[in-house]
Design a protein around this ligand. Sequence first.
Ligand code: COA
Length: 338
Amino acid sequence: MTKILRLHTAQSKPDLWETLKSPTHPLSAAWPTFLDQDKYFQHYCEKLDKIEAFAAMQYAIVEVDAYGKENIIACGRSVPFYWPELDQIGGKKGLRQHPEVLHTLPDEGYDAILSRAFEQQLAREGTVQDMGVVMPLPDPARTRTEPPNALSAISITVSPKYRSQGLADILIMAMKQTAIELDYDAMVVPLRPTRKSDFPTIRMRDYLSWPAKVAPGCAIYQKENRPNPNLPFDPWLRKHIRLGARVIKVAPKSMLVEGSVEEWQQWTGVKFSQLIGNTDTPLKKESGSGKMYLEAVFPNGLVPLRYYVDEQCCVYQEPNIWLYHELPLGSLCAEAIL
Ligand SMILES: CC(C)(COP(=O)(O)OP(=O)(O)OC[C@H]1O[C@@H](n2cnc3c(N)ncnc32)[C@H](O)[C@@H]1OP(=O)(O)O)[C@@H](O)C(=O)NCCC(=O)NCCS
């Protein structure tokens, strides 16, 4: 039977987003529980479809069942923001002379761009107080009121049953299309590489440089049946690169989740208390602060969790990768980035 799929936004179909609020919905359950504890995610993400100016940038792919009912099978979230450094060089045309401007993307990747997009929008509307925005990052651009000039992807999720069918491509391209239609100068992504959790002790910078052929069975072939050394090992990063993205830099502090040992045990199912009680676990000293900590790898963590001994708290600071997607109008900027 032919499947009927449709692409909606939170503007065209606001009610659809309510179903995603259930933690048991396959699209919500696709994410590890510990990531849901990121304060910026908690504070802002639920409000994405409620802000009028953002609604057209929240996408859902639905499958229509035999009774005509639409069920969400994939979703993509993105936010518009004002990027002053890009504006100062004259937008995408200026990137030819100033590609270094792309490096002004914040080290606090995901958290910073969510926070910047929201705070700027509320400052434009003059409604900052109404939303109770209380978590500013040290980002000088967060109170700017100029119209957005860039779009940042926030997340893409495909229901497990519907993966590997091109739905992720549709969502990435829908975001790009929106950025083009709004005449933005850039689209960026604080990317969470999907296979990094298999290698939690490898530095993100090193992981990023792995070519696709590094692991047995993971050679990615070109048309001539030779491994393509230009594609990265990580499949999600590879997907974006095939759709025109360029890697800009690592965002070392993209997401932050803090909690007690008990909370982390609850979020991950891992008995961290045993690790902490184990005298064989080597104690490390944090450069800069001098704080002492123990490290533990755990399922779905891109890097190990740190347990700070004196503070008795666990801190997970997730690095992501900043990507820049060329917008087709920018034949000029395509050259600039390379
Ligand atoms: C990441 C995600 C959106 C990709 O959706 P998808 O429909 O599987 O997308 P694709 O089929 O285009 O797959 C992308 C690449 O990942 C590969 N891939 C998919 N599932 C994989 C898996 N379990 N292990 C390894 N590679 C996998 C695909 O082969 C493809 O690589 P290729 O193009 O080089 O062949 C989906 O896996 C997902 O929702 N994951 C949970 C949420 C998440 O991590 N989102 C990404 C961060 S925002």
